[in-house]
Design a protein around this ligand. Sequence first.
Ligand SMILES: CC(C)(COP(=O)(O)OP(=O)(O)OC[C@H]1O[C@@H](n2cnc3c(N)ncnc32)[C@H](O)[C@@H]1OP(=O)(O)O)[C@@H](O)C(=O)NCCC(=O)NCCS
Length: 190
Amino acid sequence: MEISENPEVAEISLPLPIYTSKVIAAATAMGDEEFEIVVGLEKSSVEELKKHALDENDQELQKNTTDKKRFGENSYEGWYGKNRTIFGLIHKKTGALAAAVWFGPEPLAEKLGEWHTIAYRSYKPFRGKGLMKNFTKFAMRIYSAKHPGVRYWARIVPGNEASKAIASFLGFAVTENHSNDSNGFIIMTK
Ligand SMILES: CC(C)(COP(=O)(O)OP(=O)(O)OC[C@H]1O[C@@H](n2cnc3c(N)ncnc32)[C@H](O)[C@@H]1OP(=O)(O)O)[C@@H](O)C(=O)NCCC(=O)NCCS
């Protein structure tokens, strides 16, 4: 995916007020399909996020995430209020939310320092199309510039190879002492 950054990104302070969204880059992928990368989601995109979270046909999402509870059952407002910053990849032609990545402060058990989580999703028909490495890398660079010096962690269900591939690409490595804990998750940190 080719990404062309909007120079005004430097002036944006994060997170934005809820349901406001700013275009921070233009992107081209999947041949010549055009996308916009936004920070913050408008209400219509949040509705899509919720719909995807409740989609029982998306077995990968249901197996590998707790989005059904996070967005489908609990309130987006409550979640966003925990200082979450969400980036969206919007398909220009249809306006569809193709993918999302979000960050937020969350302490990592027994680890000192400031830790933030990362989580990412792609949605059909945009999943498995090679969009995620560059999209997540770009979003992480923007987020990191606003939060210098923080450490990151990701919680991954064993067997979710695509997720591990993205985390590895972003520079995360498996931390043995936090992986395969009582919940059975793999924890990758950076
Ligand atoms: C995990 C998820 C975000 C990956 O998105 P995606 O659309 O498949 O990502 P991409 O197509 O960009 O592929 C990402 C990379 O993973 C690699 N990959 C995919 N499946 C893989 C596998 N089984 N083994 C190894 N690498 C794999 C791809 O080759 C790709 O690398 P490349 O761009 O160098 O070819 C997506 O599958 C998803 O949303 N799943 C449901 C929710 C979820 O699991 N989120 C993560 C929770 S931690």
